[in-house]
Design a protein around this ligand. Structure first.
Ligand code: GUN
Length: 266
């Protein structure tokens, strides 16, 4: 099943589930940037929520917002019973410390799964694992290669693949080209999140049964592009657009429902 089809079927299930709830779940999004990619993500997240009967609200703050101001807003959302969960869209402007923000969000409301004590996992890596499982991918003892070591994708992705019993390698900007070729050639599952358009191309050798999950997204005059060129000679390659971004969005709402349910049971 393509990611589009998979996400459409998950949406139908969530919509039916939400329509039976007594109270609508509520998601708040805080955005403190003018980033074009963030605008697109936020728009997508609000659209999905709306479609599924989930209340979603955007609080957009000016780029010069001070760290104390955002921490105080987070504190008030942590105590606001109307809000089941909230996220602070990354990136943040320089004057705001990202780690402080992540740690200020109560783990009970942390839909992004960014807090060190959160019981949820970050949406992109979790969405990727869920989709690959749905496709019947066998992880046990497989060579998984994570390209990129960001806090949002690379690091949590490596952790989740390890939990699925993969042999995990993480490569990054300081990995030599020669080693990069070696690891790619031996990988069964490649997750690339480096933000370099078309980095994985025909100069690399791939296992013919390899899976490439393309998290990259960059824009030029011809539209959106991933970190891999199209149609590499592998078994499964996720597209950009219409790929991982959709998985991130659906997982965010699934995380919100998990929080909603755990709060309703108390
Ligand atoms: N920026 C890029 N991806 C994400 C995400 O999953 N969550 C948040 N909060 N910001 C992001």
């Amino acid at each position: 099943m393509t990611i589009k089809e998979y996400v459409a079927s998950r949406k139908e299930e969530i919509k039916a589930y939400v329509s039976g709830l007594k109270r609508k779940p509520h998601l708040t999004i805080i955005q403190v940037n003018e980033d074009e990619a963030s605008n697109a993500y936020v728009k997508g997240k609000l659209k999905d929520a709306n479609e599924l009967g989930i209340e979603a609200e955007l609080i957009k703050l000016p780029i010069e917002t001070k760290e104390e101001e955002i921490l105080s807003l987070i504190d008030s959302l942590n105590h606001d019973d109307k809000v089941d969960g909230f996220i602070v869209q990354m990136p943040l402007p320089k004057q705001i410390n990202e780690d402080k923000v992540k740690e200020a969000i109560s783990p009970k409301k942390d839909v992004d799964g960014f807090h060190p004590l959160s019981s949820l996992n970050p949406c992109t890596p979790q969405g990727i694992i869920d989709y690959l499982k749905h496709e019947g991918v066998n992880f046990v003892g497989k060579n998984a290669l994570v390209m990129g070591r960001s806090n949002i994708v690379g690091k949590p992705m490596a952790k989740l693949l390890l939990k699925e019993h993969c042999n995990v390698t993480v490569v990054h900007s300081r990995t030599s080209k020669e080693d990069m070729h070696f690891y790619v050639a031996h990988a069964d599952i490649i997750v690339i999140a480096i933000g370099k358009q078309g980095y994985l191309d025909n100069s690399y050798e791939y296992k013919k049964d390899a899976i490439i999950v393309d998290v990259g997204i960059s824009r030029d005059e011809n539209g959106l592009h991933g970190d891999a060129i199209k149609d590499l000679p592998v078994k499964l390659q996720t597209p950009v657009p219409g790929g991982v971004g959709l998985l991130t969005r659906i997982t965010l709402l699934e995380n919100l429902l998990k929080i909603y349910n755990s709060n309703s049971k108390i």
